[in-house]
Design a protein. Structure first.
Length: 133
């Protein structure tokens, strides 16, 4: 997961809002982890101060969702960042299932604790596939 997390943040994305999760929906085998890209973009004329970017999994005690910040460290809150006009900041979001049941669940990402700047990653925890299934 950590190698994928480092690789996923390269490149500029064609986004049209402050916060974008790529992809917006994933299948996650039980007990496994997955990485998605979170892009924060400044479409304003002035620099944008991002105090914090946070994640939340609600009441799903078998799901972890956090930003990869280097090494093996994952945090549920990152920042601050300043984005100049037209700039983007890409973050790697790691989602890990702790051997919970098959279920629909989600991870929410929010910028500056503002509900308007919130996006939700839809997660379908699926049965882990065997080698010959």
């Amino acid at each position: 997961a950590f190698t994928r997390a480092r690789d996923i943040i390269s490149g500029i994305e064609d986004v049209d809002s402050l916060l974008t999760i790529i992809p917006e929906e994933i299948d996650l085998p039980q007990g496994k982890d997955e990485v998605v890209k979170v892009v924060i973009a400044n479409f304003e004329r002035e620099p944008l101060d991002i105090r914090e970017v946070t994640t939340n999994v609600g009441d799903d005690g078998n799901l972890k969702c956090g930003f990869f910040v280097g090494g093996t460290e994952i945090k549920t809150r990152v920042g601050p960042y300043t984005l100049e006009s037209g700039d983007q900041k890409a973050l790697s979001l790691i989602i890990k299932d702790n051997k919970g049941g098959i279920r629909p669940t989600s991870c929410t990402v929010r910028v500056n604790n503002d509900p308007i700047s919130e996006q939700t990653l839809s997660i379908h925890v699926i049965k882990e596939q065997g080698l010959f299934e």
